[in-house]
Design a protein around this ligand. Structure first.
Ligand SMILES: Nc1ncnc2c1ncn2[C@@H]1O[C@H](COP(=O)(O)OP(=O)(O)OP(=O)(O)O)[C@@H](O)[C@H]1O
Length: 291
């Protein structure tokens, strides 16, 4: 594996030299629907992420985790509150400034099957963000594609192949590689391992943690599974019905949770993902047929 360029993040702690977190979400409120059908998905949520810091956002399905991620990416309208990135209000940014921000802010989704274009080679998919956002020569783009493939543990030959030729875990490695191609500062990971087999989850988690450390990335790590989140996070915020019920240092919160809901999340046995459930079902059926 080769070394890769550092993101432009320059701070050395949770806040930049001016004492400001990289991302600051203040009193965020998001509604879906209108009038009597209005539904408050996120209710008065405040969070911050420092440079090089990972914030875990955990809560059960429907608690509003993805909506917060989408709000940070500028994909949903805020009913109230504001989101500041590097001290700049996202809502006040013009289109051009937002587009530039696009390089610095990346997302990795749950489903590596649908997040990669099946008609494009992996080389094309990885090169695309660099071609769109930077003026790099063909040779430079190719060099960076191969450097990144090596970094996520894939061979050079992967560049000529298509998504269907890879396993779920490999595809998530490719999605991570693509997100990192433009050397972002902040990566929103929205349930990045939930669609993967349990045995592969740890591998991908380790890769995310390694990238985070090496590139000094800031990460918002979204998951319904507290046992997953606690391993990669510096701090954790627990979300319930659109509100943060507890927030704090990851170790401390896992060791002595203050809120009853956090205790419930900790006590809940990790629910196997659907693929794993299907595999186990098939195994049981095969065993029954063979008996
Ligand atoms: N586009 C939408 N229109 C209407 N309601 C929505 C929309 N997107 C999400 N919701 C609702 O908002 C609430 C929060 O959804 P969100 O996806 O943010 O939760 P989540 O914690 O990420 O859950 P999951 O882990 O299941 O994705 C849910 O009740 C959901 O049904």
């Amino acid at each position: 594996m080769t070394a890769i360029h550092q993101a432009d993040a320059t701070g050395t702690g949770a806040a930049d030299p001016a004492g400001q977190p990289l991302l600051e979400v203040s009193r965020l409120t998001v509604d879906y629907g209108r009038g009597r059908r209005r539904f408050r998905a996120v209710d008065d949520v405040s969070l911050h992420i420092g440079r090089g810091e990972t914030l875990g956002l955990v809560g059960e399905s429907g608690s509003g985790k993805s909506t917060i991620g989408r709000a940070i990416l500028g994909l949903v309208k805020l009913a109230e509150g504001r989101i500041q990135y590097g001290g700049r209000d996202l809502g006040a940014m013009g289109r051009r400034e937002r587009r530039t921000l696009g390089n610095r802010l990346q997302v990795i989704f749950q489903d590596p099957y649908s997040s990669l274009d099946p008609t494009k080679t992996i080389g094309y998919t990885l090169a695309e963000p660099v071609r769109l956002h930077e003026r790099a020569s063909k040779t430079e783009v190719r060099r960076r594609v191969h450097e990144m493939l090596a970094r996520v543990g894939l061979p050079d030959s992967a560049a000529e192949r298509y998504p269907s030729q890879f396993s779920g875990g490999q595809r998530q490695r490719i999605a991570i590689a693509r997100a990192l191609m433009c050397r972002p500062e902040l990566v929103v990971c929205d349930e990045p391992v939930s669609a993967l087999d349990l045995s592969i989850q740890a591998e991908v988690m380790n890769l995310v943690a390694e990238m985070q450390r090496e590139l000094r990335l800031s990460v918002l790590f979204i998951s319904h599974d507290l046992s997953v989140v606690r391993h990669v996070s510096d701090r954790i915020a627990v979300l319930r019905r659109g509100q943060v019920v507890e927030e704090g240092d990851a170790n401390e919160l896992s060791r002595s949770p203050k809120h009853e809901y956090t205790r419930e999340l900790l006590a809940a046995a990790p629910v196997p993902d659907p693929l794993e459930q299907r595999r186990r079902r098939e195994q049981r059926m095969r065993a029954a047929l063979e008996a």
